[in-house]
Design a protein around this ligand. Structure first.
Ligand code: BDR
Ligand code: CA
Length: 305
């Protein structure tokens, strides 16, 4: 049976590839996509999510517009990495369907309240504001969460990408991430280091482009921008790894861990402190992946669209 999932996302070039990958995964039953402000503002992330799903053949999946800013701090977007439109300036063919009725928070509450205990997987690809708002409003919905699958954080507490201490998604809304963590449900984290291990290069992008389909062409064009933005011969595809973990868990090594998220010290806000000296935690963090297989599997799937 397909795994029921809700994807919470801020597309974003790597979010776009994660959405395409989910569209190419019959193993997943995408119940809804909820959007959040992060890489770019909420109007763009919402329009992009709807457009990407429709290009991936899933226009029936409802897209719910979510939080336009973090719980406490101002939003700081990163158009330099993702382009003004969040997709590296790439104009997708066709038009973006309108978002569905109801906010992301309302949709999360509704889906979780209606789901059986421990049945719904939530994939978190951006700042975790929507989930935090839903949990604050109705804490009981946490029961329905089978697992949170998170792109975020770093194994090295001083290995951030937003600041020396913090990764972008957690740094953007540390309070939200702390609230989601405190819900006490199982979590799988894909941190920066593991995503970097499976970075892709120009040859990989050209192999994607050679697929020739609308998603492959759009994905390759977005990655052209992304590679230029980082100004490196390789770039980490962060968000798709969460989706890949759901469909090919054997490609990742996971360790149980305890986790603290810094919310008090402003200089370290969003720092993730994983402690692997435990064997019983419900939290698991990826410590490495089979990077060659990850790259191959990602490509193979994306070329199916
Ligand atoms: C994360 O930050 C965002 O820019 C990406 O979309 C990804 O979710 C990587 O740190
Ligand atoms: Ca993201």
């Amino acid at each position: 049976m397909a795994i029921p999932v809700i994807i919470d996302t801020d597309p974003g070039i790597d979010d776009a590839l994660a959405i395409f990958l989910a569209c190419a995964a019959p193993e997943l039953d995408i119940r809804a996509v909820t959007t959040v402000a992060g890489n770019v503002g909420i109007n763009r992330t919402t329009r992009n999510a709807a457009h990407l799903l429709s290009l991936g053949g899933r226009s029936h999946v409802p897209v719910h517009r979510g939080a336009d800013r973090p719980l406490r701090q101002e939003l700081a977007t990163i158009e330099d990495i993702h382009g003004q439109n969040g997709l590296g300036g790439v104009e997708l063919p066709g038009t973006a369907p309108a978002p569905a009725e109801g906010s992301a928070t309302e949709a999360l509450i509704r889906h979780l309240a209606a789901a059986a205990p421990e049945s719904l997987t939530i994939v978190l690809l951006g700042p975790q504001t929507n989930l935090a708002l839903a949990l604050q409003k109705q804490p009981g919905i946490a029961r329905a969460v089978r697992e949170f699958v998170v792109m975020g954080g770093s194994l090295d507490p001083e290995g951030g990408n937003s600041t020396r201490y913090a990764e972008f998604n957690i740094h953007t809304d540390p309070e939200a991430a702390a609230i989601v963590l405190a819900a006490g449900r199982p979590m799988t984290w894909i941190p920066l280091e593991v995503a970097r291990q499976a970075s892709v290069d120009r040859a990989w992008i050209e192999a994607l482009r050679a697929g020739g389909g609308p998603c492959a062409l759009a994905g390759a064009a977005m990655l052209d921008f992304y590679l230029r933005a980082f100004d490196r011969p390789q770039a980490a595809l962060y968000d798709p790894l969460t989706v890949l973990w759901l469909i090919a868990p054997e490609l990742f090594d996971l360790r149980p861990a305890t986790l603290e998220i810094e919310t008090l010290d402003a200089a370290r806000a969003g720092q993730t402190r994983f402690d692997l000296a435990t064997s019983t935690s419900q939290i698991r963090v990826a410590t490495r992946c089979d990077d060659r297989a990850v790259r191959t599997r990602l490509l193979e799937r994306l070329l199916r669209l």
